[in-house]
Design a protein around this ligand. Structure first.
Ligand SMILES: Nc1ncnc2c1ncn2[C@@H]1O[C@H](COP(=O)(O)OP(=O)(O)O)[C@@H](O)[C@H]1O
Ligand SMILES: Nc1ccn([C@@H]2O[C@H](COP(=O)(O)O)[C@@H](O)[C@H]2O)c(=O)n1
Ligand SMILES: [Mg+2]
Length: 465
């Protein structure tokens, strides 16, 4: 009899439990905010990102479009107007447009003419995208706007460079003379930068020094957006794939475990941290019953009772690396094993299995850190089904999944749940995940040698002879 880490014994029937409402899959658009001082290169960076992606699922919204039009009185005293103060923008309209885009509705974004300080008649229709980039000097200043964002970027360019660019741009493109630009800069632009824009840099997840000159930063952002687009597609097609929400901590752990130069010690440490997160997320998909308890203050607390008829099944060898995390969360959990031999790219043979006898009455966590083509996983899941485990009681936990594997499993087993931490781009000709991390088991258990390091490098990079 097994015991969960809360010490409660295994006594409940699965039918006592209700299914949890599944955490919302990644269906809402991914919103990226790009802030920075005037002429730091925000518009240039966003245009570069847009043209590199060349994808209509990515839409760009400029905060400039939401400037209040100046009344006649204000126009007469335009040199006294502060265009760099938060009140210069109609943030209510910006928020309502962003909400509409986020909920999948098209919007008309106003067009603004810097020469006449007015919104002009024609507005631009913007279709809802999977990724929305919102760019402008103050987009990180207002908490309501900030809260819409999944990723915040600040373009940080030297003030002298910005001033010289602004003089150039505003005299050529915005109908100003040098005298106007300098006066406005000293009176309003610089003080507002110091008061509102510079302090908003602390909210940024990414700071891009040198703006459009920083090819490396732009490449990274483009790559990240491509990943998000791929995830959006898969999550739109399948409701049974769950990606743990990405944070820069998680991205950092992935960066370490994927790096060919990471030592075994660090690989194990960071893989273990990620595995623990995936296991905890997977546990959130188990059914539960409502439960009331009394606290030491004599008050009643209404909570939930975990499902206790669980087991793990690890796919030897790499799946064994996930056993400790599962044991740490579910004290005394039974863990079965499956050994599957890869015969060629698409052939898989079941070599060995040892599973709990009563597995058909348990919720099963299938453990394998990398989902590539899905052939091994299909073999493992087919075995579990043949033992009487209901498809809906299988939760497949892994760290990295390739789109091919997700398609294969989600199509064949629509009731199965897959919980992963990142979806990679594809498979190479050898059916290995790319960018991937090489042979997980070899790196985790320290059985890789220099030759295998070189061979994994050559499959990933195609070394010149
Ligand atoms: N890396 C760069 N090198 C040279 N000029 C640049 C660079 N980035 C932007 N510019 C120019 O500087 C001006 C301001 O850039 P822009 O992207 O409009 O900044 P922002 O939107 O932050 O105000 C534009 O005229 C642009 O062409
Ligand atoms: N009528 C206007 C409206 C705005 N400005 C200035 O534009 C700057 C914001 O645009 P960036 O592309 O430079 O980020 C802001 O600093 C305002 O001073 C303006 O001059 N006239
Ligand atoms: Mg701009």
């Amino acid at each position: 009899m097994e015991k969960l880490s809360n010490g409660v014994r295994d006594h409940c029937l699965i039918s006592d439990y209700v299914s949890p409402s599944a955490p919302a899959p990644l269906k809402q658009p991914f919103v990226i905010g790009v802030a920075g001082g005037t002429a730091s290169g925000k518009t240039t960076v966003c245009n570069m990102i847009m043209s590199q992606l060349h994808d209509q699922r990515v839409v760009l919204v400029n905060q400039d479009s939401f400037y209040h039009s100046l009344t006649k009185e204000k126009l007469n005293k335009v040199h006294e107007y502060n265009f760099d103060h938060p009140d210069a923008f109609n943030t209510e309209v910006l928020l309502s447009c962003m909400e509409k885009l986020r909920s999948g509705q098209p919007v008309n974004i106003p067009s603004y003419d810097f020469r006449i300080h007015q919104s002009i008649e024609s507005s631009s229709p913007v279709n809802p995208g999977d990724v929305i980039i919102l760019e402008g000097i103050l987009v990180l200043n207002d908490p309501r706007v900030r809260d819409l964002m999944n990723m915040k970027i600040f373009v940080d360019t030297d003030a002298d460079v910005r001033l010289s660019r602004r003089i150039q741009r505003d005299t050529v493109e915005r109908g100003r003379n040098i005298q106007n630009v300098l006066e406005q800069y000293t009176k309003f632009v610089k003080p507002s930068f110091d008061e509102y824009i510079q302090p908003s840099m602390k909210y940024a997840d990414i700071i891009i020094p040198r703006g459009g000159d920083n090819d490396v930063a732009i490449d990274l952002i483009v790559q990240h957006i491509r990943t998000k687009l791929c995830q959006h597609n898969l999550c739109k097609i399948y409701s049974n794939i769950f990606i743990i929400s990405s944070t820069f901590q998680i991205k950092g752990m992935h960066t370490l475990i994927r790096d060919i130069n990471t030592t075994k010690h660090d690989f194990v440490f960071y893989a273990d941290r990620l595995i623990r997160l995936v296991v905890e997320h997977g546990l959130g998909h188990l059914p539960f019953t409502e439960k009331q308890i009394t606290t030491p203050t004599g008050s009643v607390y209404t909570g939930v009772d975990f499902c206790k008829r669980l087991c793990g099944v690890s796919v030897i060898r790499s799946g064994e690396s996930m056993e400790n995390a599962l044991r740490a969360c579910c004290n005394g959990i039974k863990i079965g094993k499956i050994l599957i031999h890869r015969e060629n790219n698409d052939g898989r043979q079941l070599i060995y299995e040892k599973l709990p006898k009563d597995i058909s009455s348990r919720h099963v966590f299938l453990l394998d850190p990398v989902l590539a083509s899905g052939y091994s996983a299909v073999k493992a899941i087919t075995l579990l089904l043949s033992k009487g485990v209901p498809e809906s009681h299988i939760i497949f936990l892994n760290l990295i999944a390739a789109p091919q594997g997700i398609h294969a499993l989600c199509k064949k087993f629509p009731m199965l749940k897959i919980v992963t931490s990142e979806i990679d781009s594809s498979l190479n000709e050898d059916s290995r995940v790319i960018p991937g991390l090489g042979e997980f088991a070899d790196r985790y258990f320290g059985t890789n040698n220099i030759n295998s390091k070189v061979s994994s490098l050559s499959t990933n990079l195609k070394l010149r002879s």
